[in-house]
Design a protein around this ligand. Structure first.
Ligand code: CP
Length: 313
């Protein structure tokens, strides 16, 4: 595995999921495998889980990790090839990525979308510039369009919480928010869930259709209550409109999930990647109930990252 930026195929996904579950049972089984290796974690945006879980994963493998909050602590980066740098950008990605590639065995990058430049975002421009110029394997810590370490942890969480012989029925539901939120978690969850063979339904208000590149194979159901009736797992997430790009649309009805909406469905579990705005995106009633798997998901971020780094080693 050269880079880890997206779902590749079912065989690799299954290997990574099984390896993550094995690391969960015995986190230090490969404690010296990465001795002498170094990973650079480069953040262009804030993080709690991704940063801490990836550092813990590296530590479990004997890999040294170094964090750079590049947006706050480093030079302003020029991303465009051929730019005349006579404005406020101090260092070109071509130089910075090459330097970092010379320092580290693996680079991991978080680069959120602009939500204003659709072309640049949908082409995952920033992470691809790092891949192009660093010359070392790159792990996505969430790019403009995908969050694969989160999705891998989510697949691990579904696998360990589903014991039936049939496919799990998984529902991705849109949730309210006050800000324009990226599509990466929703895209990636859809991509991995379909790729892993789940029976995936997506429910959202009209106008919130995701990029069909990520949802091909999922059923779209605009009635949230109907969609909830048979789900085994309900993944709650807000995203902004894909078209018009990055906008918040006015939405009729109440999309905040509460227990009454589940009706007779007593067994469904609820997932969210966190951070979550309580009682805006997801109610206290659900988050603090037996249905919630959110802490389980967050814990599994360690073993998902460990599985990926171990595979790269
Ligand atoms: N779920 C997730 O990626 O959390 P952070 O943004 O805190 O890393």
């Amino acid at each position: 595995m050269k880079n880890f930026t997206k779902f590749e195929n079912i065989d690799l996904a299954n290997k990574l999921i099984d390896k993550a579950l094995a690391f969960k049972k015995d986190p230090l089984v490969n404690a010296v495998k990465g001795n002498g290796k170094r990973i650079g974690l480069i953040f262009l945006n804030p993080s709690l889980r991704t940063r801490m879980s990836t550092q813990l994963a590296a530590s479990n493998l004997g890999v040294e990790s170094f964090v750079l909050n590049m947006d706050k602590e480093s030079w302003a980066l020029e991303m465009q090839d051929g730019a005349v740098m006579n404005q406020n950008k101090v260092e070109h990605i071509k130089d910075a990525a090459a330097v970092l590639g010379g320092y580290f065995d693996i680079l991991a990058i978080r680069a959120f979308p602009t939500l204003t430049n659709k072309d640049e975002d949908t082409n995952d421009f920033v992470i691809n510039q790092f891949i192009k110029y660093s010359g070392v394997p790159v792990v996505s810590l969430e790019s403009a369009i995908r969050h694969p370490l989160q999705s891998l942890a989510d697949m691990v969480t579904i696998k360990e919480n589903f014991k039936e012989k049939r496919k799990p029925k998984v529902l991705l539901t849109w949730a309210p928010h006050i800000k324009a939120i990226p599509h990466a978690v929703a895209n990636s969850f859809s991509e991995w869930s379909i790729g892993c063979g789940h029976d995936l339904t997506i429910t959202h208000p009209h106008g919130y259709e995701l990029d069909s590149k990520f949802t091909k194979g999922a059923k779209i159901e605009y009635d949230q209550t109907k969609a909830l009736a048979e789900a085994d797992f309900v993944y709650v997430k807000n995203w902004s409109a894909f078209s018009p790009y990055g906008k918040i649309l006015s939405v009729p009805g109440d999309w905040l999930l509460n227990d009454a909406k589940f009706g007779d469905n007593k067994h469904a579990k609820v997932m969210h990647c966190l951070p979550v705005r309580r009682n805006l995106e997801l109610s206290d009633e659900i988050l603090d109930s037996e249905r919630s798997l959110v802490q389980n998901q967050a814990k599994n971020r360690i073993f998902a990252a460990q599985s990926v780094i171990d595979s790269m080693l």
